[in-house]
Design a protein around this ligand. Structure first.
Ligand SMILES: [Zn+2]
Length: 310
């Protein structure tokens, strides 16, 4: 029997994974993609799924047998994890992920490619987990495609993505896709222990992201206020404060901007101004992820709709 106890809610995704388990185990379905919003359980389920594939007990995963522990602690050479951040045992995704994630390097894909040519060392199966595959550039994604095409006996690939539209179609089409949804308000409020509707909407039903907003404390409401001043009233006197908050809270601060912006569109139906902000947000996000972010860039892209960093 297979039961995933660490991933909360996501009943649909869990059921689907259980229904394909046998095929994955027999290596008839070597590439799976978990996609859906950030922080809703994709990486937790990928780890549990990997454990269930190697678990030596009847009820899988047991979390306690040698194989489950080796995978859970990320100690087994047969668990290859590729990520933009340093992973922590039992928790593939560090809480600081959204602030610290960097691009996946092609060297990470290449060294994995070498490994998967060998048989697994100690487990019946090898599992390769790639976190946020959209954080790999085109070259790296194409290198990955080659690995998937060549295939590897007794290796299962689990690709994770919160933005599958940034994944090359050839990789997408090779993957069996499992969709993760934002949590319903009832599940969300139980998990993060809050009945704050604004937090739910800001986090878009993602408990992982909500933790980051809770850490902001008072600066959460301050950020909401500043974004309102900037978006609704074009108040440029707030720019220094905004930059300070952005430096401290990075993508969380931008997410608050998105949230206020959506409300702005709803209130005013001013689509021009809405799309101008959306494109500037994208530039800042990409600049930040590629390490080309600067204050000057932020200011320029926020107030000059023609300015582009891409
Ligand atoms: Zn086990």
């Amino acid at each position: 029997m297979i039961e995933f106890r660490r991933t909360l809610a996501q009943e649909g995704a869990k059921k689907l994974v259980i229904s394909i388990w046998e095929k994955v185990y027999k290596n008839e379905l070597p590439t799976i993609m978990f996609f859906g919003p950030e922080g809703v359980g994709k990486s937790t389920l990928s780890l549990e799924f990997a454990q269930s594939l190697v678990c030596s007990q009847r009820n899988k995963p047991c979390y306690e047998c040698y194989n489950c522990r080796r995978f859970g602690e990320l100690k087994s050479p047969d668990m290859i994890l590729i990520s933009g951040v340093e992973p922590q045992p039992y928790k593939l995704r560090a809480e600081t992920y959204y602030e610290e994630a960097k691009m996946i390097k092609i060297s990470q894909i290449r060294s994995m490619q070498k490994e998967v040519q060998k048989p697994p060392f100690e487990m019946p199966l090898r599992v390769v987990i790639i976190m946020n595959i959209e954080d790999a550039n085109l070259e790296s994604q194409n290198a990955l495609l080659k690995v998937l095409e060549e295939g590897s006996k007794r290796t299962v690939f689990i690709l994770i993505s919160s933005r599958p539209n940034f994944v090359v179609p050839t990789v997408l089409s090779r993957s069996f896709k499992v969709r993760f949804s934002p949590l319903r308000y009832e599940d969300f409020s139980k998990i993060v222990n809050t009945d704050d509707r604004v937090l739910y909407e800001l986090s878009e039903g993602s408990p992982g992201i909500c933790k980051g907003f809770i850490k902001m404390g008072d600066e959460l409401h301050k950020s909401l206020e500043i974004w309102e001043r900037i978006i609704y009233f074009d108040d440029r006197t707030k720019i220094d404060e905004a930059l300070g908050l952005f430096e401290r809270w990075k993508t969380y601060f931008l997410k608050i901007g998105y949230y206020v912006l959506k409300r702005y569109l709803y209130d005013t139906e001013d689509f021009d101004r809405f799309s101008r902000f959306i494109s500037s947000f994208r530039h800042v996000e990409i600049g930040y992820r590629r390490n080309t972010f600067t204050k000057a860039l932020y200011i320029s892209s926020l107030w000059n709709p023609k300015f582009s960093v891409i």
